[in-house]
Design a binder for this molecule. Sequence first.
Ligand code: UTP
Length: 536
Amino acid sequence: MPSNISIEGSKILRVPKTMDVEALKQRLNGAGQGHLLQFWDSLSSEEQTAFFNELSHMNFEEINGFFETAMQSLKHVADKIDDLLEPLPADVCGSVTRTDHQKQQEYTATGLQAIGSSSVAVLLLAGGQGTRLGVGYPKGMYNVDLPSAKTLYQLQAERILKVQENAKEHTGKSCEVPWYIMTSEHTKEPTRQFFASHNYFGLKESNVVLFEQNLLPCIGFDGKIFLANPHKVALAPDGNGGLYRALRSSIVLADMERRGIQYVHVYCVDNILVKMADPLFLGFCINKGANCGAKVVEKGFPTEAVGVVCKVEGKYQVVEYSEITLPTAEKRNSDGRLTFNAGNICNHFFTMDFLKMVSDPSQESQLKHHVAKKKIPHVNAAGEQMKPNEPNGIKMEKFVFDVFHFTTTFAVWEVLREEEFSPLKNADGAAKDTPTTCRSDLYNLHRSWLQRAGATFTHNDGSPIPPIASSNSSNAGAGDSQRTCEEFNEIVCEVSPLVSYGGEGLDTIVHGKSFLPPVCMERDGAGKVKVTNGTS
Ligand code: UTP
């Protein structure tokens, strides 16, 4: 095991020059994990050394403690917490559909000002295993088959470049938005190589900082840690909430401080529409004086399986649909909106002070692991590789939003799902959140930008393609979240992030023009915008 990989549940232990296998055996036996050494005598000396190092870094008492707490929590999975729930106070909430243009301009100006003074960083959570998508490389390297063939990483890199440009235009100052990317054991090296081989997509290499989250052993229902093979423990990343522990054990917080970062935008790798360092969201949170903020979309319908941001016993929290009863999920306000409707999309604002506070062991250790029953591949006692068909154990994960618990100055900004949220979770063939739905959502958004800027679209026979209706209505998300892949009608329209970050700046290029799809807008090396469409 490379020495830089840290294992959650580890003490800072020095690996002795000579291996005291007897002492290790005793430690493992004492923790009920003696089976981990069952293949010891059959290992090569290299395998023994690597395995000894791995096990020496693990704190089995702590891991067993996590397991006990996790199993206790499984006993309460069916419990409902309706009585403890409170809606979000109106004064922490804002919405893109209910905030007037002038106010939005003020927020955007605040955000651009912060970006322009190089005090904003973006932090990407990219340590997940992407099991549902099922590709053998990090999700950020996925290309959903846009005409440009850009991957998620490239789209994100270009949005950073563009928001830097927009901030410079606003403030007159050059600025930098450093990009911190949390990876895990299996995503770090391919991600590093990918960025290096693509010249960091035009970003400065020094502004792309990779760091690694921790791992936790996968454990059987009997409390025994699984072996992935005879000389390696079965490990999994400790969840996107592993961020806070990883921040503590990496150089990231110090690096942010050195650069003078004050605000951090944290987001997930798989949302193809994500607006990195969104000036409007940043400005809203900053103007509210919040130390922690969440961007949300309106929950589409009462039974939608999305976590909602609300208050539980006076503290901010994300509550899963499974934790409340149907009558609570269906509860509506006098204006017809669901009472618990702030759908969490894992898109967060933190001040530097808040991040430092929640990464401190005294706070971070209060965050409980969430438990997922999983089918965990492992070697059995006979040394055979097993691939179970049924869940055979648990993975333990912390969630990034669990720190909402610690804020008293919260801000919640509601955006339109079709403008900002389309995650890539599943392979094509699944009902939703696939490459097809991501691609179509991006095309639809970009087509709506061009239409707003005064362009029209025609079919091959010259007949007009009707404009996309903007959903500023109360249940904006409802239709989208229920849409299946078959309902997506691909009218290809891709605007490079280097041309426009959020639909701005297109009027002078497209106003009064008619386009035959496929439409693509790209910027060349000289900064000139090139539009291609079916007639060109
Ligand atoms: P998901 O919960 O969707 O997990 O992660 P996933 O790994 O992408 O996909 P599945 O569940 O295995 O199919 C939401 C976000 O949190 C990150 C992911 O990379 C994604 O951006 N994440 C998840 C981490 O950074 N670390 C983790 O340990 C887990």
